[in-house]
Design a protein around this ligand. Structure first.
Ligand SMILES: Nc1ncnc2c1ncn2[C@@H]1O[C@H](COP(=O)(O)OP(=O)(O)OP(=O)(O)O)[C@@H](O)[C@H]1O
Ligand SMILES: [Mg+2]
Length: 98
């Protein structure tokens, strides 16, 4: 079971202002279920996935996998991506052939 609760992430933009990339995202996915994030460009799908994989450190909220806390702003927990046992296929990739 993947549990995402009140996930919040903001990035600084070039002007130093904060961009709210994911706001109050909450969902749970039972084991074995296929789940889709659907929404317009820029709504925060990739930010959410990168946060689950541990490639981004969220600004707030909680992410648990099978009850194990991967990220929690309240508990100040951030499990490194290589310790989460989560795979991710990147939206954009680059292969450099020389
Ligand atoms: N590294 C970053 N630095 C600053 N802003 C970012 C960064 N990554 C994403 N954003 C901003 O956060 C918001 C959400 O971006 P995100 O890539 O999560 O959207 P998305 O739903 O995956 O969009 P798409 O459907 O185009 O892939 C956008 O406004 C984007 O410009
Ligand atoms: Mg995306």
């Amino acid at each position: 079971m993947l549990n995402v609760r009140a996930l919040y992430k903001e990035y600084p933009n070039d002007q130093g202002e904060s961009v709210k990339a994911a706001q109050d995202i909450t969902f749970e996915i039972p084991e074995g279920k296929l789940f889709t994030l659907l929404g317009p460009s820029g709504c925060g799908k990739t930010t959410t996935l990168r946060s689950i994989a541990g490639l981004e450190r969220p600004s707030g909220g909680e992410i648990t996998v099978d009850g194990k806390v991967m990220y929690s702003s309240e508990q100040k927990v951030f499990v490194q991506p290589n310790r989460r046992d989560i795979g991710m296929v990147f939206q954009s990739y680059a292969i450099c052939l020389i």
